[in-house]
Design a protein around this ligand. Structure first.
Ligand SMILES: Nc1ncnc2c1ncn2[C@@H]1O[C@H](COP(=O)(O)OP(=O)(O)OP(=O)(O)O)[C@@H](O)[C@H]1O
Length: 494
């Protein structure tokens, strides 16, 4: 079947486009994406599609990169299609942490997303071919991936509100090159492949040709077929994992700093078949860390080892700043949780994250925000502080002799002891009352008084927002402090 018919069939089979869609075509200048632009241009009238080409000049190969961009500009002119080109500065991608390929991809999709919003596009088409599929599957086999990974590149996927379509996924590179020749397209060679991706390049140039020559001529087709079979099985497992998730009492909440946290029942989780339990863990971690990160098997296994523990509290740091805490069988996945152990009678706080203080049954969130981000009155369980006026590191501690406060709404200072007596805080609670301190200064007596010296005013540029909450239920945390515990006599909250 001619390539045009095949691509048309793929568009229909996977409902890749809807009539009237605005589609961005990501064109690197290499054969795949050039053929893609040409084919979609021919098919566009049938669906009434309006196409918009996109090219990113990664500035990785000097003059060659500029020539790719010029080639894509020429292609857009010849097809009378609008084109947006984004040119990065030389060295820009190298300076970012992480692999060059991942950085290039992230920047590319960020710009595509921006363009989609600007022109009201619903979809972006990329030129991945059956060969890309086979390479991806082989790379993942070598890494020991499960069925999700071995399902390879999906023909349609939604990512961050953008639908990515791959209409050439069933076409081989040879067929695409043949199409280019037949239509007198002279794409830039290998323009889409960042040379730095050594593993992919070796698989492309060494391993696949070797497999084809010595073992199986149709290896690319067979790997692509395996990916397609596994994609369907993977979808089924994903549905089952959703059900398992519900059985495990999956619950999501936003932390006061706006981050998502996921909680579930550990003993239930470990009773699920391992294939489903692992998926539920991956979902939880991805939900917290962001979809781009998929935790590897060692991390998932470590979670499952801990999840079933019902004896006391356990904590596990996972990659990407995700932390699992297991307390009496309840698993909680959240970002940057630090468990503070007291030093010199103080619990230091994690800045820009959550700190747990099991001894006081407290969770403390801190967040640095521009002054403009806070307005109105502080909720009773929050303190807003002028970061630049704080005299030292933020910590929680219990009261000490000689503590003083410069209370809001009062002249001068006052002994903490007198403040607590005036506020009718029962004696037994006074010694367990968490105080927020910065260096030696008491900044906030939650539920009782705030110190006026550190409060934001018109000159404040940066605010440190501190939120106190009680830790999840459990013998050590129950009800000692937190959202309920920090509410003193209500008329005394300042
Ligand atoms: N510089 C670029 N500008 C625009 N689109 C690009 C560029 N590079 C790659 N693409 C798009 O991405 C497709 C795949 O290219 P390539 O395999 O080099 O990238 P990749 O990083 O592996 O892709 P992905 O991350 O999307 O899986 C190309 O066919 C093209 O549609």
């Amino acid at each position: 079947m001619p390539l045009l018919e095949r691509v048309r069939a793929e568009l229909v089979r996977h409902q890749m486009v809807l009539p009237g869609d605005r589609v961005i075509v990501a064109v690197s200048g290499g054969p795949d994406s050039v053929a893609l632009a040409h084919l979609l241009h021919r098919l566009a009238p049938e669906w009434g599609l309006s196409l918009h080409l996109f090219h990113m000049d990664h500035a990785l190969r000097g003059a060659a990169s500029r020539a790719d961009a010029a080639y894509v500009a020429e292609l857009a002119r010849s097809l009378s299609l609008p084109l947006t080109t984004v040119a990065l500065k030389a060295g820009e991608l190298e300076r970012e942490p992480g692999s060059l390929e991942a950085n290039a991809r992230r920047r590319r999709y960020a710009e595509i997303r921006r363009l989609a919003a600007a022109i009201g596009a619903q979809r972006v088409a990329t030129g991945h071919s059956r060969n890309d599929q086979a390479e991806t599957v082989l790379m993942r086999m070598l890494r020991g991936s499960g069925s999700t990974g071995l399902a390879g590149i999906p023909p349609v996927r939604e990512e961050g509100g953008l639908v990515i379509i791959r209409p050439l996924l069933t076409c081989t590179r040879a067929e695409i090159e043949e199409y280019c020749r037949a239509h007198k397209l002279a794409p830039r060679l290998d323009a889409s492949n960042l040379q730095q991706d050594f593993l992919r390049n070796r698989i492309r140039h060494e391993l696949l040709p070797l497999l084809a020559e010595r073992y199986d001529e149709a290896v690319v087709d067979h790997l692509a077929q395996m990916a397609e079979l596994l994609r369907e099985e993977d979808r089924l497992l994903a549905d089952l994992a959703q059900q398992a998730r519900a059985r495990c009492g999956w619950r999501e909440e936003r932390t006061p700093s706006g981050e998502l946290a996921v909680e579930l029942d550990g003993p239930r989780l470990v009773q699920e078949p391992p294939a489903l339990a692992r998926r539920v863990v991956r979902m939880a971690v991805q939900r917290v860390a962001g979809a781009e990160y998929a935790p590897g098997l060692p991390a998932v296994n470590r979670v499952l080892e801990l999840a079933g523990r019902t004896d006391g509290s356990h904590r596990l740091d996972l990659p990407q700043g995700v932390c699992l805490t297991v307390e009496y069988g309840r698993c909680r996945f959240a970002r940057t949780v630090g468990e503070s152990t007291p030093r010199d009678g103080q619990w230091q706080l994690v800045l820009g994250g959550e700190t747990r203080i099991p001894e006081l049954g407290l969770r403390v969130y801190t967040e640095v925000v521009p002054a403009a981000a806070v307005a109105g009155a502080e909720p009773p369980d929050e303190a807003w502080l002028d970061r630049d006026r704080l005299p030292g590191r933020l910590a929680i501690r219990l009261r000490q002799p000689g503590d003083r406060l410069w209370p809001v709404g009062m002249e001068g200072s006052k002994k903490l002891q007198d403040i607590l007596v005036d506020a009718k805080v029962p004696r037994a609670r006074r010694d367990r009352l968490p105080l927020l301190v910065a260096g030696d200064a008491v900044v906030w007596v939650p539920g009782v008084r705030r110190d006026r010296r550190f409060r934001p005013d018109a000159e404040t540029r940066t605010v440190l927002r501190v939120v106190l909450r009680s830790a999840p239920e459990g013998p050590m945390g129950a009800g000692t402090a937190g959202a309920s515990g920090c509410s003193g006599p209500s008329n005394m909250v300042h």
